[in-house]
Write a protein that binds this ligand. Structure first.
Ligand code: BGC
Length: 264
């Protein structure tokens, strides 16, 4: 797999560059939950130009409403079960398409706030790992194959990798599995430079580390076409148009009793 970088000429004239993000201040105050230009469900388009792409930002989360409020507030002006983030991202992709014809899908951790508006919330010709530099890791890339955090995809590419795995219950490695899918599907991944692809992470306790994540990673390539969008099962509970975003509540089912006995 190749990693490509974005050309500076693609930034819009109005990009100011490095933004001043104060996570501690954001955590202490309540972010405004309205924005005058945003229609219910979080629909927004620029007034001063014609949007080149129609983008769905998919944010899988549970029990982190405050993080969601902070992230959404920062994105708008910018342009007891175990968690199963892969399933939630696949559901977001599937449900978003029932609402509109999106060109581009951005899978976004709820706790990452972008720090540079030259980091374009658009899709390129290849999937793009938009968050190579996190404050938590002193703005260095943890490892070369990292694609977790914020990842943008054309719909056809997300379909080509069969979305995320549905088998990762608990924290960790569903993104590493995605990296292997991208490799297996021969897709290159782009990245902004680490001066532009910078994010602040909202601090939280990590719970529920998946005990079988490393075992699952051994089967990623053999499994990817049999586990993903084409085997996704869920129950849609509710779709609610909030002021700044569309909330999709879904039942993703339960983890197997013995996680080492996954079906593939
Ligand atoms: C996990 C990934 C995570 C990365 C950075 C890895 O060990 O498997 O899921 O994104 O660490 O925290």
């Amino acid at each position: 797999m190749e990693f490509l970088s974005l050309n500076a000429a693609q930034f819009p004239d109005f990009a100011v560059g490095r933004l001043n993000i104060d996570i501690d201040a954001a955590l202490q105050s309540a972010p405004p939950l309205e924005h005058q230009d945003v229609s219910p469900g979080g629909v927004w388009s620029p007034k001063s130009c014609v949007a080149r792409q129609w983008i769905a930002i998919i944010i899988p989360f549970r029990d982190r409403q405050k993080h969601l409020d902070i992230l959404v507030y920062n994105l708008v002006p910018y342009g007891n079960k175990t968690f199963n983030k892969g399933r939630l991202m696949n559901i977001g992709f599937t449900e978003a398409q029932k609402h509109d014809e999106f060109d581009c899908f951005i899978f976004h951790d709820v706790d990452l706030i972008p720090e540079d508006d030259r980091n374009m919330y658009t899709c390129s010709d290849n999937p793009r790992h938009m968050s190579p530099a996190l404050d938590k890791f002193n703005y260095t890339m943890l490892y070369k194959g990292l694609v977790g955090g914020v990842l943008s995809f054309r719909g056809k590419h997300f379909t080509k990798v069969n979305g995320y795995s549905n088998l990762f219950w608990g924290w960790g490695a569903e993104d590493d599995d995605m990296h292997k899918r991208l490799f297996a599907a021969k897709l290159s991944v782009e990245r902004p430079s680490i001066t532009i692809g910078r994010y602040k992470m909202i601090k939280h306790d990590r719970k529920d580390v998946s005990p079988v994540r490393l075992d699952l990673l051994k089967t990623s390539i053999a499994r990817y076409l049999k586990d993903g969008l084409n085997t996704l099962e869920y129950k849609l509970v509710e779709t609610r148009l909030e002021k700044l975003y569309t909330r999709i509540i879904a039942n993703v089912g339960d983890p197997p009793k013995n996680q080492t006995e996954h079906p593939l």
